[in-house]
Design a binder for this molecule. Structure first.
Ligand code: 13P
Ligand code: SF4
Length: 332
């Protein structure tokens, strides 16, 4: 489905010569985008992992839960989604009649890709009595196979809503799954998926860094591996981490999640210091999500100008995938 959508959109883009369009150095993408947004009755939804310029332009900026809730409230005709494919897909499922644009259809997600629908359906069939809870970082096909969706912000609440007597399949993130099992003291059957950004953090280097900054608190996103989470003073979603640094009295933090969130942290706490947690590979910028960072100002402008690439999904699939999303949203 993802590949088909991508190829179809790419063909359309090539037909109109979109890929070759270049603007002069003086072209002000930011201002032109703002003008276009107004004239076309569009809104920009952006995740905290976007670059600072895109975050500053967003009409709705937040974590995965906030963006799904915001998608429900959108009155505009069109949504430009500065995030990754599963997020734009979720916004489309919530708003089937609106045009949802994703500036670069290659903006996928390693976690979503780690859970192919056919294999997941076979896995699910082994536990016919289990309730399926899927983390929002998955494809529409996986959502359609699920009973309820959750994000890292509301996962505990979602699981609490399921009767203790029921078995639970949790997919696709095994790290978030292990964290929830421990926190809630509730066994779950886990799918073996992970996010490559949150798995890149180095335990040894974080320990060394903590010695180097003895006053710093270490905070982490629950997509990180268990040994890393065991070191953390606080574990939470991107919004959770952002709230924590505002309400806590430390002045230095080592942050184990995608580095884009540091922009907001620095903005709301200008007097504090935020240090990205070190990764295993010194040669890469692995604490940046390469998929998230595919979105640029130029792509944002071009996608709104040509209203392409658009998220197009099968109507029946959207209907099925909406049920577990609505269940999550109803929980508040
Ligand atoms: P949250 O936005 O729920 O914190 O999740 C982070 C993430 O990995 C988004 O891709
Ligand atoms: Fe997916 Fe990880 Fe990137 Fe989030 S940070 S979009 S989970 S690859």
């Amino acid at each position: 489905m993802f590949v088909d959508t991508f190829l179809k959109a790419k063909e359309n883009l090539e037909k109109i010569g979109y890929l070759d369009i270049e603007h002069s150095n003086e072209f002000d993408y930011e201002n032109e985008f703002i003008k276009l947004k107004k004239s076309k009755d569009a809104v920009l939804l952006a995740h905290y992992y976007q670059n600072a310029q895109i975050q500053e332009l967003a009409d709705f900026l937040g974590d995965s839960l906030y963006l799904a809730q915001a998608a429900v409230k959108v009155k505009a005709k069109m949504i430009v989604f500065a995030g990754v494919h599963f997020m734009a897909e979720t916004a489309k499922i919530i708003n089937p009649s609106k045009k949802v644009l994703l500036p670069d259809l290659k903006a996928g997600c390693s976690l979503a890709e780690s859970c192919p629908p056919k294999e997941f359906a076979e896995f699910k069939a082994q536990y016919p009595d289990a309730v399926v809870v899927s983390y929002i970082n998955c494809t529409a096909e996986i959502k359609a196979l699920s009973d309820i969706v959750c994000t890292s912000s509301n996962a505990k609440r979602v699981i609490h809503s399921i009767d203790r007597s029921k078995r639970i399949i949790f997919a696709p993130d095994k790290n978030l799954g292990h964290f929830l099992i421990k926190e809630l003291n509730r066994p779950m059957i886990l799918w073996d998926g992970a996010c490559m950004v949150h798995e890149a953090f180095s335990f040894d280097k974080i320990v060394k860094m903590a010695q180097q900054y003895p006053r710093a608190k270490f905070i982490a996103h629950p997509e990180s591996e268990s040994p890393i989470l065991d070191l953390a003073h606080y574990i939470g979603s991107t919004s959770g981490l952002l709230n924590y640094v505002q309400n806590d009295d430390a002045s230095q933090y080592i942050v184990a999640t995608e580095a884009g969130i540091l922009h907001q942290m620095q903005k709301v706490c200008p007097q504090k210091e935020f240090i990205p947690a070190p990764v295993q590979d010194d040669t890469c910028a692995c604490s940046e999500c390469a998929y998230m960072k595919l979105n640029t100002m130029q792509k944002l402008y071009n996608c709104l100008k040509f209203e392409l690439p658009e998220i197009i999904l099968d109507q029946q699939l959207m209907k099925q995938a909406k049920v577990p999303i609505d269940r999550m949203l109803e929980l508040g």
